[in-house]
Design a protein around this ligand. Structure first.
Ligand code: DGL
Length: 265
C-alpha cells in the first residue's frame, strides 16, 4: 500500500497511533505533527481550540502534503473534527473515545473514562455515552497532569508510581468507582503509561484505547486515496525543535528522524 498519512496531536500522544498505523501498513509513508507551540490541549478553552485547529491543520497539510490527515487526539477530535474537515480538501480520520467497545466488554456494568478535562466535558462524549453506553454507568475523570507525566515517562524520566496512583484515584473513589472493571484511555497520551496505570489501580481492570481502530480506519480511507511518493519520515513541530528536545528525541525513537519547524503564527 502506498500513500502518505500525517498523524497529528498536541504532543507525543499521537505517536501511539502512528505506531499502530505503521505496524498495520509498513509500506505507508507516515509523517507526524505535534502542535508543540500550543501544548497541552486538555486545559484550553473550546474557543481557543476551535480557532487553532482548522488553521494549524491547513498549514500542516500545505507543508507536508499528505493524502490523509489523522487527528490522533481525543481533545481536538471531539471538539472540532467537522471544522478541520471543512478546512481541508483531503479525508480526515478522527479519534473517538472507545466507549462503545468498553460498554460491550464490561461485566460489572460500570466503566471508567480517563481523558483530559476538555474531552470529559464535551457534548460529543456525552452523545457517545447516550448512543452506546446508556445501559452502563460511566465514571469520568480528566487530568492534564497525567498528560504531562506521560510525556516525561516517554522521555525516560523518573516519575513515581505514587504519582500515577493519585492521578487516577478520583476515578475509583467516585461513587460506584469500586465497580469499574473496564477503563477507556480516552487520551492518546495514556497508552504511553499503560504499565504505570495498570500497576497502580486499586483493583484489576482492563484498559482499552482506540489506537488500533484509528489505524484500521486510516488504512480503509487511504486505500481509495493513495498517491504520494514515499518520503522520509518527518516530525513537524510548531515551536523551535531546539526548545523541544524531549519531543524530538521521543519522536526519533518512534521512527520520525527529521524534525521540521512549522511556524504557526
Ligand atoms: N493527546 C491528546 C488527547 O488524545 C491530549 C493531550 C493534551 O492535553 O494536549 O486528548
Amino acid at each position: 500500500m502506498n500513500g502518505k498519512v500525517l498523524v497529528f496531536d498536541s504532543g507525543m500522544g499521537g505517536l501511539t497511533v502512528a505506531r499502530e498505523i505503521r505496524a498495520m501498513a509498513p509500506g505507508l509513508s507516515v509523517d507526524y505533527a505535534a502542535d508543540s507551540g500550543f501544548f497541552p490541549y486538555g486545559d484550553k478553552s473550546d474557543q481557543a481550540l476551535r480557532e487553532r485547529l482548522p488553521m494549524i491543520a491547513k498549514r500542516l497539510c500545505e507543508a507536508a502534503k499528505p493524502d490523509v490527515f489523522v487527528i490522533a487526539c481525543n481533545t481536538a477530535s471531539t471538539l472540532a473534527l467537522e471544522e478541520v474537515r471543512s478546512a481541508l480538501d483531503i479525508p480526515v480520520v478522527g479519534t473517538v473515545p472507545a466507549i462503545k467497545p468498553a460498554a460491550r466488554l464490561t461485566r460489572t456494568g460500570t466503566i471508567g473514562l480517563l481523558a483530559t478535562p476538555g474531552t470529559v466535558r464535551r457534548a460529543y462524549t456525552a452523545k457517545l455515552i447516550d448512543d452506546f453506553a446508556s445501559q452502563v454507568r460511566v465514571i469520568m475523570h480528566g487530568s492534564v497532569e497525567l498528560v504531562r507525566m506521560a510525556e516525561l515517562i516517554a522521555a525516560g524520566e523518573a516519575v513515581s508510581l505514587e504519582t500515577f496512583r493519585s492521578l487516577q484515584a478520583p476515578l475509583f473513589e467516585a461513587q460506584g468507582g469500586d465497580q469499574i472493571d473496564t477503563v477507556v484511555l480516552a487520551c492518546t497520551h495514556f497508552p504511553l503509561v499503560r504499565g504505570e496505570l495498570a500497576a497502580t489501580v486499586p483493583h484489576p481492570v482492563t484498559f482499552i484505547d482506540s489506537g488500533e481502530a484509528i489505524a484500521r480506519q486510516t488504512l480503509h480511507v487511504i486505500e481509495g486515496n493513495a498517491g504520494s511518493a514515499v518520503t522520509e519520515s518527518r516530525v513537524w513541530l510548531t515551536s523551535p525543535p531546539e526548545q523541544q528536545t524531549r519531543l524530538v528525541e521521543v519522536s526519533r525513537r518512534f521512527g520520525f528522524h527529521q524534525a521540521v519547524y512549522l511556524k504557526a503564527e
